[in-house]
Design a protein around this ligand. Structure first.
Ligand code: GRF
Length: 294
């Protein structure tokens, strides 16, 4: 129930609890104040019921709102409560306070998971910069000092450095992902296997890119140069990229997109890697955009 309310309000867990405290304090203060005013006016059980009712309704309609705004202001939540009040006043007939409805839907937040240089992450970030409905809200990395962290800093995107223990045996950092309202995860050169906890929390919402034409040259241990070495050793005439959803098995999720490039006789693994990177940079950002946008 709390989670749904939090999502509806579109706030972080911390802010959610502060709002809760504001509502609690307002309730207690309104009740106490009503009691004081009643006795100050000399009202008791013998007083005419209508006066008592009017006082209570008045306190609830106006006193409560003012107290709510005051606590909201004191606890740094003015913007949230003022918007809340405006909605209420609008319903009571103050139409000039109509809430603005244009662009109120927040953009879909995505997290990019990367372990290395982050050239794909950079391309995606640049492609989605200023996008109206998709936002790269978090960069998740498992390697201190990885290039992708510097890219995130340049673009002022929050980063999360994760540790093995909590990723595989704890909550897989779900709390932080939820705090940033992450709806999609994009793996761009992320070398750890995605734990079941994340796959369950994001069904068909995790996208990976693999530097070969799956189902060939995929699976455990098939990453980076090893893939290109294997492709060349097998004498393949072409290779390519596969963008796919992630399931509980390495590189076996439903494919979303593939693109191909030739493997020339005499190509070294490094040369093939360059061709593959060019394909990735060309297609990955727009496929991410399409998949998240659907
Ligand atoms: C890419 O080749 C991708 O296919 C693989 O890891 C590489 C990441 O490269 N999963 P970069 O860090 O984006 O430059």
């Amino acid at each position: 129930m709390f989670k749904r309310l939090q999502e509806k309000w579109g706030v972080s867990t911390r802010q959610f609890w502060i709002l809760f405290i504001v509502f609690g304090l307002t309730g207690i203060t309104t009740a106490t104040l009503t009691r004081y005013i009643t006795s100050w006016l000399g009202m008791d059980e013998t007083s005419f019921w209508l006066w008592k009712l009017l006082l209570r309704v008045g306190m609830l309609l106006f006193g409560y709102q003012v107290i709510l705004l005051s606590y909201g202001f004191l606890l740094g939540q003015w913007a949230f409560f003022w918007k809340y009040e405006k909605k209420l006043l609008f319903r009571l007939g103050f139409t000039s306070l109509a809430p603005k409805t244009t662009h109120t839907k927040p953009p879909t937040a995505i997290a990019i998971f990367a372990s290395g240089a982050g050239s794909n992450a950079r391309k995606i970030i640049e492609h989605l910069k200023g996008h109206v409905s998709i936002q790269v809200a978090l960069i998740v990395c498992n390697k201190p000092g990885a290039g992708v962290l510097a890219i995130a800093r340049t673009h002022q995107i929050p980063t999360l450095l994760i540790e093995k223990e909590r990723f595989f045996k704890g909550d897989a950092y779900l709390a932080e992902l939820q705090e940033h309202h992450i709806r999609f995860i994009v793996l761009a050169g992320f070398l750890w296997k995605v734990p079941d906890a994340l796959i369950k929390a994001y069904p068909d919402k995790i996208i990976n890119i693999h530097p070969a034409l799956l189902p060939k040259y995929g699976g455990k241990g098939m990453y980076g140069m090893r893939v290109h070495e294997a492709v060349i050793a097998a004498g393949e005439k072409e290779s390519g990229i596969t963008i796919h959803y992630v399931n509980e098995h390495f590189d076996e999720g439903t494919p979303i997109f593939q693109a191909r490039c030739p493997v020339a006789p005499g190509d070294t693994p490094e040369e093939l890697a360059q061709k593959i990177h060019a394909l990735e940079h060309r297609y990955f950002p727009e496929i991410v955009e399409k998949t998240v946008g659907n």
